[in-house]
Ligand binder design. Structure first.
Ligand code: GLA
Length: 670
């Protein structure tokens, strides 16, 4: 008996020394993914003391929905506990979030929907034998706006030494797939280009390969000439018609040839616009100098040789209603109602000339409301003057952003800054009111002696894809603003099929700009998307025939970003002349397979893994993708044929990392 008691005492003693508390904040929280901001240790998302309904906590993990953090336990943890809730720092907003715990993939606890002001909820779960615990903050059903979520006092009780670690299932290591361009010339860019009769024509013939290079074009319609040194075709076409032009690019290593179809008629933007926009990078800090530098960098980096051509100025070239910055203050308009740019921009024609001189095109931004989303002067009541100014200055593109127009509909005073909120969706869901302001500007743009691509930005209200063409729109946003987070890109991507049938040459659904490279809306940082997520993002936007507008600092292009933006076989999918948009034809778990029909009868197929587990399967369902008969399968990112398959007996081995993609092209062979 005595022996037994000694043994018991010893056992309990060992247990007590080896059992210990491990605080969540002792682990590497940077492995978390979240909808906004960065994971915060022992502080709220905004870096303040964690506070839930007035109660302050010293330790924990401050995050933002939608958030996920995986902890590898290896069966060592006995329990996990925390106090969870919405942080008080978002007072004045309406956040809602649901805290959830998953043990080895099975949901074991949920807080239910928590709102601002709800007292912290206690969570206490046992974890015997559990290998992996995932802490999730889901959005509480009203979008993830302001969902600042706290896992306060979060800790594990464990047996033995602390071997707990966090884990990110999505790799953080960049890798380059795009092969380097060859020294011999290769023509790139769109194969079809639309112009209206009499409009000034400017088209840059682009090619990769060693410089110097000379360019020629046979069969140009009357009125056009090519500069052999720069490859810029300029002039005016007066006769409507379809002209097949034979382009050639020649350097010391050889000559490349390709056809370009010039269609002189009613329609422009026959392939999705490709270029750069200032917003995701500079936001309200944009200036003419920064725009020129972006244009120079686009050329110098060589991106221009892959067809990137627009340089688009977003909000903040106009004077602002309430900024304290003197460079944004000044008269909004002259006596005749013509807009006066702010002093950061000054001479808009000089800027347009500069950008055109590089062979590029230039775009601008405004709102049908009295104020833009950033509180600068909008076009309401001055649509004619504005359209005339854009044409006179030589602009080629207008992004027209709903912003304060909702207040016009609701009869709020237009010029009272206190009463006009910046971004109001009010009214945009009623079809006639949604269409009206876009028609007004569309009509004025069409009257200009210049082709101006018209980009509607109203976040998809009233199914804009169904009527955008009727107001002369060339592209239209189908979504709210993108951010450089997985949640944002994923949610936008999953929402695109509904509008796909309306995409066609001259009409493009716009899931918003690219979030690769150094982005940051005035707060520059490397895109928070992981490398595989970035491959998926670019692949999907190409499959979607989306306008491709780079949103990064062009002077900070790193090799990985350059690789993402210069793969001509991927870009060709986006620029395909047929102008169809891919849709998802098959879903296997979280694998979604998108198919885009291409002009030459081939198909681009994206095997897109939206899940946290890698996919490894032997794929045979070709009939579901509309593919039959023998096929050559080409990997577009690697620019390599993968294999030949005959659909009735061969299987395709498909291996895709978490949040990654395989972008293939299927070509029938006899
Ligand atoms: C809105 C748009 C953005 C950008 C800003 C500018 O949020 O959706 O793309 O143009 O306005 O203020």
């Amino acid at each position: 008996m005595k022996k037994f008691l000694y043994a018991m005492a010893f056992f309990l003693f060992t247990l007590s020394v080896s059992a210990q508390t491990v605080w969540l904040d002792q682990l590497d929280l940077s492995a978390a993914t979240q909808g906004y901001g960065v994971p915060s240790k022992n502080k709220s998302l905004d870096g303040k003391p964690m506070t839930i309904a007035g109660q302050v906590f010293e330790r924990g993990f401050g995050t933002h929905a939608v958030s996920s953090l995986t902890v590898l336990l290896d069966g060592k943890a006995k329990s996990f506990s925390a106090q969870v809730g919405i942080d008080d720092e978002v007072k004045g907003h309406d956040p809602a979030a649901d805290f959830e715990l998953y043990a080895d993939g099975k949901k074991i606890w949920s807080s239910g929907t928590m709102r601002l002001g709800d007292a912290a909820k206690s969570c206490n779960v046992t974890l015997d034998g559990v290998k992996k615990l995932e802490l999730v903050v889901a959005d509480g059903g009203n979008g993830n706006y302001y969902d600042h979520a706290d896992w306060a006092n979060a800790k594990f009780e464990i047996n033995g030494a602390n071997t707990l670690k966090t884990f990110s299932p999505v790799s953080n290591v960049p890798y380059i797939l795009t092969p380097k361009a060859l020294a011999t010339p290769k023509l790139t860019g769109p194969k079809v280009y639309g112009v209206r009769p009499g409009s000034p024509f400017q088209f840059l013939v682009t090619a990769t390969g060693d410089r110097p290079m000379t360019f020629s074009a046979k069969g140009l319609p009357k009125g056009l000439t090519i500069n052999p040194k720069t490859g810029i075709i300029t002039g005016k076409v007066s006769q409507t018609g379809t002209y097949t032009v034979s382009l050639a690019a020649k350097n010391a290593k050889g000559t490349a040839q390709r056809s370009l179809c010039i269609v002189c008629g009613d329609r422009i933007a026959l392939t999705p616009p490709m270029g750069w926009n200032s917003w995701n990078c500079f936001a309200n800090e944009v200036s003419a100098d920064k725009v020129k530098r972006a244009a120079n960098a686009l050329v110098k980096s060589g991106l221009v040789n892959h067809g990137w051509s627009y340089i688009n100025v977003d909000d903040f070239w106009e004077n602002n209603r309430d900024s304290k910055d003197p460079s944004l203050r000044g008269k909004f308009r002259d006596e005749a109602g013509y807009i006066i740019p702010n002093t950061r921009f000054g001479d808009m024609k000089a800027l347009a000339d500069y950008v055109h001189g590089l062979g590029l095109k230039i775009g601008l931004y405004s709102s049908p409301g009295p104020w833009t989303c950033g509180g600068c002067a909008g076009s309401f009541g001055y649509e004619r003057q504005d359209a005339e100014s854009y044409a006179k200055w030589g602009f080629d593109y207008l992004k027209y952003d709903w912003c304060s127009y909702g207040n016009v509909i609701n009869g709020l005073p237009e010029n009272d800054p206190n009463k006009v909120s910046s971004l109001s969706y009010n009214g945009g869901n009623e079809l006639n009111t949604a269409i009206k302001p876009y028609k007004v500007m569309g009509d004025y743009l069409r009257k200009q002696p210049r082709d101006i691509v018209y980009s509607l930005c109203q976040y998809g209200m009233s199914d804009v894809w169904k009527w955008g063409d009727s107001v002369s729109g060339n592209c239209w946003r189908t979504t709210n603003d993108i951010t450089d987070t997985w949640v944002s890109v994923k949610n936008i991507a999953l929402d695109q099929d509904k509008s796909a049938a309306w995409a066609k040459p001259g009409n493009w659904n716009d899931p918003d700009m690219l979030v690769v490279g150094t982005v940051g809306w005035g707060n520059p940082h490397k895109s928070k998307l992981k490398p595989d997520e970035q491959y998926l993002h670019i692949s999907l936007w190409s499959l979607f025939s989306a306008p491709l507008l780079i949103g990064c600092d062009m002077e900070q292009l790193d090799d990985f970003t350059y690789n993402l933006l210069t793969n001509d076989e991927v870009i060709e999918v986006n620029q395909d002349s047929l102008g169809k948009q891919a849709t998802c034809l098959q879903t296997i778990g979280e694998l979604r397979i998108y198919v885009k029909e291409l002009e030459d009868g081939t198909k681009a197929v994206g095997f897109c893994n939206f899940g946290l587990d890698s996919v490894d399967l032997s794929y045979k369902d070709f009939a579901k993708l509309g593919i039959s008969g023998k096929q050559i399968v080409r990997d577009l990112w690697r620019q390599k044929n993968v294999c030949k398959v005959s659909t009735w007996n061969d299987a395709l081995s498909v291996k895709i990392p978490a949040h990654g993609v395989l972008l293939y092209k299927f070509t029938s062979v006899k």
